[in-house]
Design a protein around this ligand. Structure first.
Ligand SMILES: [Zn+2]
Length: 806
């Protein structure tokens, strides 16, 4: 038997036969059933006639020495052997001529084990299989998946077209898609984010004179599809009542004014409104006072910054009264010394034998910090972490907190306030939470909040639709989440985005960096955060997207979480930002490596986000015609980028609140230049007013959505259809569908109908051939189950249908 074959023989066989056997793809431990092909003889063997087919033939030898003789004779001996009567049977790859030669040498050449013809058949079989694969590949070389193709009207009544298509070859940047409609052909933009292809679109909607009924998308790789162009938004809405009043804001308001406004509203409408004081005070519109001293001139003749001091007291509590002086002593060879005279910190610089100043910045910093008197008032540091080698110059600098707001703006920590509006504010009504100005410079956003509160309160007595909202909802509005940053933006640095809290170490805490301090509050939340590894927030304390040192490190962020925990009836939230005209929802963050987002909402939840969006955005459009583009509507991570640790994700993933983000201030079409113009954070008030009005209309639209949700007691209905791709469902509203295919009772744990992909519809449920019993139920956003079936406790009134695939 093979295992007993002498090792030496085995080794020789392998040595001699390995090359052709390996080349033929034959495993070294090949058995009789292994396919083989005629590949020629072992090296040194008499040449086989290549024109002749080679079979696998048996040769019987007497013993192991016989095998060696066969090898020595140049036969192409396989590794196969078995004991037979009269010796050992081995197999040899041999043409007819080779068989004759071996017979001539006295070998007992026997039957053909595997004929050349049979090997040829195997080869033919393989080639046919490869042809089939190639043909299949050719057929599916490119798939174009239409995502959205829409037209819409926007400000001024002009029409625009927006198209989104995904190609299966999109990862290859050489794949070019062209959209043709209404007599024009335009190359589409390839949307790539975090290194990953998402889909093709027009980055900006295309203005058209006439709306084409369909659009044809052709790929440079050959595929082509034609899809209808449908209308986005524009459905006529109920006109507001004849006495519905709007337009309650007439200038940009700083956070102090905004809070005063909601307090006066509550004083005027105490029956339906109250103020909620949030528990976490901000750090306040205040800073420690600072002064900076230079060191001579550098090579560019610019003063070289040497060091700076920071007061322990807040500027308004004494820091601003301090003065820092560096003096030139009268004497030569004078030592460096520091003294304090009332509010004056005096540094007497050292001199050399010629009376020249010799104290370096580093030496002055050490002297101040080791002076008991001076260090009780200030801390000194070299500029931007430098070694402080420059020689300090004579100077006199008053310390300042550099805050320019009038004294009427408090320098104390601020109690952030919300206005709560509703007839029954006892937690029994559906709660809605709207909050503005997480980002300080977004001046229009508090106006959206204030305008909405005023519309609700001032129309309550006279407008029946407003009365329904106030009677049936519990509305929480924080008009300014970030009052400190807001004040800083109004009075000191218009571009301020973050709060005012300085988490920077000495190297970046000099006064010239003061506009860069602070935490991006919309990156400070605890879901999908930077610290969790998600993308789109910075660890740098001077970055515009600094996440803060820890999740929820900032009182402003904790206030939002507190409100949603304190009032668990809150089921909807709107995070109001500017600008750009976006309308977005979770997931808002992904891990960059692989662009892995937070878990997507279920297909039903996503459909609900879309359906609600349509209502809310139609309300936005009702004011002056502004259409938020379809390409700027969707999950943050699908249309924009990743924003690790944002508040909408916090509310959705931690508390199940339908959380949206408004970016008010849609681009405006510039007819003269034929282009879209962005509006910026602080447009002239006339434009800011229009933005506040239209997005207030949208916020009222969200209240209508929330009220409908709170009153929705009607179960959804679905129908099942069997298509070539599997089972699909139609529903009367946005639903999540759970199903089973094994005849069991469907529950909330049963598989769900899922999305086919980003910005696509439902994936069909695959069913095998034969009959399949489909059991299913649907559940809407408000939790109503089809047929009032109870998936938890049981019953059998779920939906059932048998489908048969031939
Ligand atoms: Zn923002």
């Amino acid at each position: 038997m093979a295992p007993r074959r002498p090792l030496a023989v085995r080794r020789r066989l392998v040595t001699l036969a390995a090359v052709p056997l390996l080349a033929a793809g034959l495993p070294l431990a090949a058995g009789a059933e292994s396919g083989t092909t005629a590949t020629g003889a072992a090296p040194g063997a008499p040449a086989m006639d290549a024109a002749q087919p080679a079979d696998l033939v048996e040769v019987v030898v007497a013993d192991e020495d016989g095998i060696l003789d066969l090898v020595d004779a140049g036969a192409d001996v396989t590794e196969y052997s078995r004991p037979v009567d009269g010796g050992i049977e081995v197999h040899v790859v041999a043409t007819q001529a080779e068989r004759d030669r071996l017979r001539g040498l006295g070998f007992a050449v026997g039957e053909t084990v595997i004929s050349a013809a049979r090997t040829e058949a195997t080869i033919a079989e393989r080639e046919a299989a490869i042809r089939r694969v190639d043909q299949a590949l050719a057929r599916t070389a490119e798939t174009l998946t239409p995502l959205r193709s829409e037209w819409f009207e926007s400000v001024g009544g002009k029409a625009y077209v927006s198209v989104e298509v995904k190609t299966s070859l999109g990862a290859d940047s050489a794949t070019v898609l062209t959209a043709s409609f209404g007599g024009q052909s335009l190359i589409m933009d390839r949307f790539v984010d975090a290194g990953q292809y998402l889909y093709h679109r027009f980055d900006l909607p295309v203005p058209v004179d006439d709306v084409a009924a369909e659009v044809t998308i052709s790929s440079s790789a050959g595929a082509s599809i034609t899809v209808p162009v449908t209308q986005w938004l524009g459905d006529p809405l109920d006109e507001p009542g004849p006495h519905y009043a709007t337009g309650f804001v007439d200038h940009y308001m700083d956070p102090t004014e905004v809070y005063e406004r909601i307090e006066s509203l509550v004083a005027e409408f105490p029956d339906v409104a109250e103020i909620i004081e949030l528990p976490y005070q901000t750090n306040g519109y205040r800073r420690h006072a600072q002064a900076q001293i230079d060191a001579g001139l550098d090579l560019d003749e610019e003063p070289d910054r040497a060091f700076y001091v920071t007061s322990h007291a807040w500027g308004h509590e004494g820091g601003n009264d301090l003065l820092l002086e560096t003096r030139h002593p009268a004497a030569d060879n004078s030592p460096l010394s520091v003294s304090v005279d009332a509010d004056k910190i005096i540094v007497s610089l050292a001199t050399d034998g010629d009376g020249s100043l010799v104290s370096t910045a580093a030496q002055v910093v050490d002297a101040i910090n080791s002076s008991a008197q001076a260090s009780a008032l200030v801390t000194a540091a070299t500029f931007r972490g430098s070694s402080g080698a420059g020689v300090a110059v004579v100077d006199s600098q008053p310390l300042s907190d550099f805050l320019d707001a009038p004294e009427s703006i408090s320098r104390e920590p601020v109690t952030v306030r919300a206005i709560r509006i509703g007839k029954d504010r006892d937690g029994s009504k559906t709660g809605v939470f709207a909050y503005a100005q997480e980002h300080a410079r977004e001046w229009v956003t508090p106006l959206v909040a204030v305008e909405t509160a005023e519309r609700l309160l001032r129309n309550y007595a006279t407008d029946p639709d407003t009365r329904k909202l106030v009677d049936d909802l519990d509305i929480f509005i924080i008009p300014s989440v970030n009052p400190d940053g807001g004040h800083y933006s109004f009075y000191d640095y218009a571009g301020q985005r973050k709060n005012m809290t300085n988490h920077c170490p000495a190297a970046t805490a000099d006064p010239e960096a003061r506009d860069a301090w602070g935490v991006d509050l919309n990156r400070n939340f605890s879901v999908g955060s930077r610290l969790d590894g998600y993308s789109g927030a910075s660890a740098s304390c001077t970055s515009g997207t600094y996440s803060g040192p820890a999740e929820l490190s900032e009182p402003e962020a904790r206030n939002e979480v507190w409100l949603t925990e304190q009032y668990p009836n809150i089921e909807f939230a709107m995070n109001i930002h500017s600008y750009g005209g976006y309308f977005m929802w979770p997931p808002g963050a992904y891990i960059a490596d692989g662009r892995v987002p937070l878990p997507r909402p279920t297909l039903g939840e996503e459909d609900y986000f879309w359906a609600a969006s349509s209502h809310i955005l139609s309300d936005v459009q009702s004011w002056r015609g502004t259409a938020v583009w379809p390409g700027r509507t969707g999950p943050v991570s699908d249309v924009l980028y990743s924003a690790a640790g944002n508040s909408a994700d916090e509310h959705w993933y931690n508390r199940g609140i339908y959380g949206w983000d408004f970016e008010v201030g849609a681009d405006l079409w510039n007819e003269a230049d034929g282009e879209w113009d962005p509006v910026g954070f602080q447009p002239p008030f006339a434009e800011g007013y229009e933005e506040a009005m239209e997005f207030s209309s949208g916020l009222v639209g969200m209240l209508e959505v929330a009220r409908a949700y709170g009153r929705d007691g009607r179960p959804p209905r679905t129908t099942l259809e069997l298509t070539d791709d599997g089972v699909t469902f139609e529903a009367t509203e946005a639903v999540t569908i759970h199903y089973t295919l094994d005849g069991s009772r469907p529950t909330y744990s049963s598989p769900r109908v899922e999305s086919a992909g980003l910005r696509e519809g439902a994936a069909p449920v695959a069913v095998g051939p034969g009959s399949t019993r489909v059991h299913w139920f649907s559940v809407d956003a408000a939790g109503n189950v089809e047929n009032r079936y109870d998936p938890v406790r049981g019953g059998n009134n779920y939906r059932k249908k048998t489908v048969t695939v031939d």
